[in-house]
Write a protein of this length. Structure first.
Length: 556
């Protein structure tokens, strides 16, 4: 017999979800990281300043890699709230909230409210969500559009209300304009296995699909016009080493399917297990429950001879499996590509957690899981304390004492069972919150001081340097420098072209080529690509070997 969830337990789940969402905002204290987040923010700024919304440019150069939705919404946000990183992150943050709510509503169609709340909590508290709400790329927005589309289409299949079909069409069009055909493919990958396992073959032939596709097609028109004008009308342009490249073909085929056929020039991380290896940390603290749930679903399906009842769903499991296999066959993969199906993964995990915690099916496994996860999170906490104490001396004693107090309070809450929900769920959520709170306030701020643009921008503002008289020489400029300075800095090939009292940003190579008596050093710093951490960099004794010197100079 299923025990319905009471109001107190429901309130605890909702409160934990809201706390997770609040902790996302702590990540906004961190400057934008190079390369992608800073580049996308700067493209959005450039779009707003130049009022060119149908064609994309990156520092004045044609940009074809991503569709325009992220840039449209971020530029609109900057128009309302100013050019800053909060305005850039805000639209993606809202789509993270949409993802959590849509996951809850999708699960609620097929399962009890406790499983739906667990699904939302699992998604809200997975490590990837804390990451992609401050290191904002297209994946946060894509996730929101896609799970909204899946939820609305599932509602339509059940109730056949036109509003659900229309919203689903708008959502998938939004996803297509965020990251390309993957948005529509995930929808197909989710529902086709579901109908096959139900033997609901009539669902493959519905005239309403014509309306659904028509909505998508109409909404894609502005983007297609921009692509056609920028590329198809200009065969003389060279992109990715090729002439006469079609923007429309690149967007609808090469960028996605070309990575499988080999037409795309991108080639990196092509192991079939690459995405799963990154899920091991990206879906913490729930990855073990997901693996158990996925295995259980597959075993049960085989036992049932690949058939499920009409009231059951295979949207989550089938959607994950087919999407994963499609992405894993790509010749170019990055860890965040799989985030689009994290809402489906959350439902799989929550379903298995429910059977573990609220039925007698796996009750004997609760204690071993608790001990295992306790060990994992204590180990992670030890690593966190090490990151607060050792890499960037002197230690901020206020942050260290605060971490100790919060850690101790979390242990007390767990032991006393004050949250009236499972101790295993409490352990997972409290510790992932603890880890991310103190990464955001005790580690990342110090780390980002080694991102050249962060320090240079602050020096420019503190010293009130004339931005129009600052030039870049023999250094790969970081996009966040332009963004945080709200300026397009010029590059110079010949240092002698600078006039008296002009300023120059250069690296060690450029500095060694200059006449030293012709320049005054305003500032000298050490730069590092902060998204590729290494142990030698984290060790203050060996950090010098990992960093690259840079200089702000004034021409005498």
């Amino acid at each position: 017999m299923i025990n319905p969830i009471d109001k107190k337990e429901s309130a605890v789940y909702i409160s934990l979800i809201l706390i997770c969402i609040s902790v996302y905002l702590l990540g906004w204290l961190i400057p934008l990281m190079e390369i992608d987040a800073a580049q996308y923010a700067n493209i959005s700024r450039e779009m707003l300043l130049h009022k060119n919304f149908l064609q994309l440019f990156d520092c004045g150069q044609d940009y074809l890699d991503k569709p325009p939705m992220l840039f449209w919404l971020s530029a609109a946000s900057m128009h309302l709230f100013g050019i800053n990183d909060i305005a850039y992150r805000l639209p993606s943050f809202l789509f993270a909230v949409v993802s959590i709510y849509s996951t809850y509503r999708l699960a609620l169609i097929f399962y009890a409210e406790r499983i739906a709340l667990l699904s939302a909590l699992v998604l809200a508290s997975c490590q990837a969500m804390f990451l992609i709400t401050h290191d904002v790329r297209t994946d946060t927005m894509l996730m929101g559009w896609v799970i909204l589309g899946i939820w609305q289409l599932a509602e339509w299949f059940k109730w056949e209300k036109w509003k659900n079909l229309v919203i689903a069409g708008i959502a998938i069009a939004g996803g297509l304009m965020t990251k390309g055909p993957i948005a529509l493919m995930v929808l197909v990958f989710a529902f086709v296995p579901h109908f096959l396992m139900q033997r609901s073959f009539r669902q493959f032939f519905r005239w309403q699909y014509i309306v659904f596709l028509a909505i998508i097609s109409v909404l894609l028109v502005p983007m297609c016009i921009g692509l056609y004008r920028q590329y198809d009308l200009h065969p003389e342009k060279i992109m990715y080493g090729q002439k006469a490249i079609s923007g429309l073909r690149f967007y609808f085929w090469t960028q996605s399917f070309g990575r499988i056929t080999g037409e795309s020039t991108w080639h990196e991380n092509d192991s079939f297990f690459f995405l799963f290896q990154n899920m091991l940390w990206g879906f913490l603290p729930w990855i073990v429950f997901f693996v158990a749930g996925l295995a259980t679903d597959c075993i049960q399906l085989v036992k049932n001879k690949f058939r499920i009842g009409i009231e059951r769903e295979w949207i989550s499991t089938g959607g994950f499996l087919v999407t994963y296999c499609a992405l894993a066959t790509s010749r170019a993969q990055l860890p965040h590509y799989i985030y689009v199906v994290f809402p489906l993964i959350a439902i799989i995990s929550a379903r298995w957690l429910y059977n573990l915690l609220y039925t007698d099916r796996y009750r004997r496994l609760i204690k071993p899981f608790f001990i295992f996860h306790g060990f994992i999170f204590l180990s992670m906490s030890a690593i966190l304390f090490s990151l607060i104490i050792f890499p960037f001396p002197p230690v901020n004693k206020i942050i260290l004492v605060s971490a100790i107090i919060v850690f101790t309070t979390g242990i007390v809450v767990l032991v006393k069972k004050w949250l009236i929900i499972s101790s295993l769920v409490t352990l997972a959520v409290l510790f992932i919150l603890f880890i991310n709170i103190f990464l955001d306030i005790g580690f990342y701020p110090d780390l980002l001081q080694y991102q050249m643009s962060v320090k240079v921008s602050s020096i420019i503002n503190e010293e009130h340097l004339d931005k129009d008289r600052i030039f870049i020489y023999r250094i790969n400029e970081e996009r966040s420098l332009d963004f945080y300075s709200n300026h397009f800095f010029k590059h110079v090939v010949n240092a002698d072209s600078l006039s008296r009292d002009d300023y120059m940003l250069t690296n060690k190579e450029g500095f060694d080529l200059l006449k030293k008596n012709a320049y005054k050093i305003i500032f000298q710093g050490e730069g590092f690509h902060v998204s590729t951490l290494t142990l030698p960099f984290l060790n203050p004794a060996t950090r010098k070997n990992e960093t690259q010197p840079y200089f702000i100079l004034q021409r005498l």
